[in-house]
Design a protein around this ligand. Structure first.
Ligand SMILES: [Ca+2]
Length: 242
């Protein structure tokens, strides 16, 4: 008995260290430069992990993104290397935004890529769930996570860091379905780039999403909603028209 309990205590301490919630004080609490960060993503407690193996759809894209970047670079150098008019337009949009202010970049990236028509994965890719790479999306469109993915890598090209960006998978309590979007951490606020809104809202304006998990190129986070965050008061759901 005197041996077992200290061992149990040690196990709890180690487990707690490995799964430490990263709320105000850690992941979101400080942005680069030491300035105060935003509130936790959608008010949820989050548990970080650097093991992305649990998300094979995402790691597949990370494994092929370098090859896609090379194809994009060839297209940027010579329009003859671009495989479609849509890619030309996408690349031109990025080039035109390089000198713009960050919030203007967010707004235009969201608006421009939302002009693709949403298509469910089963019709589009013959799979119940399929995460499309940027070039796959430009060629065939996709559903909500595919919009978030192409926006993620478009903003990376425009200089947003990996730490500023997360693809978020959440429950949409208004439409009663799983929905994904891109969260962008910028100057103490979290901005939501959503395939169902051409307006870039801050997370304070988005009360109808309950986050399940989020991910960037290096980290995934499990989210635990401690309080009832999903207030569905219709008057507060200032979604932009699309
Ligand atoms: Ca998809």
């Amino acid at each position: 008995m005197s041996v077992r309990y200290p061992l149990l205590l040690l196990f709890v301490i180690v487990a707690a260290s490995a799964l430490s919630p990263t709320g105000n004080a850690l992941a979101q609490g400080r942005e680069r430069g030491g300035t105060p960060g935003p509130s936790p993503l959608l008010g949820a407690v989050e548990i970080a992990s650097n093991n992305l193996a649990a998300l094979p759809q995402w790691t597949r894209i990370l494994n092929k993104i370098e090859d896609e970047k090379k194809a994009m670079e060839r297209c940027d150098v010579s329009v003859d290397a671009c495989t479609s008019a849509e890619i030309v337009a996408w690349r031109a949009m990025i080039q035109g935004l390089r000198s713009q202010a960050p919030l203007d970049q967010l707004s235009e990236v969201n608006r421009f890529l939302n002009t693709w028509s949403e298509k469910p994965d089963d019709e589009n890719y013959g799979a119940e769930e399929y995460w499309a790479s940027p070039l796959e999306f430009i060629a065939r469109s996709g559903d909500s996570e595919d919009f978030a993915i192409v926006k993620f890598f478009t903003l990376r090209e425009l200089g947003f860091t990996n730490e500023q960006l997360r693809i978020v998978v959440a429950k949409d309590v208004l439409r009663n379905k799983v929905h994904s979007f891109l969260a962008v951490y910028h100057e103490g606020e979290i901005h939501i780039l959503d395939s169902v809104s051409n307006s870039v809202l801050t997370q304070n304006d988005v009360k109808y999403y309950v986050p399940f998990y989020s991910v960037n190129e290096t980290t995934r986070w499990a989210h635990i909603v401690v309080h009832a965050q999903a207030t569905v008061a219709a008057g507060k759901t200032a979604r932009g028209a699309r």
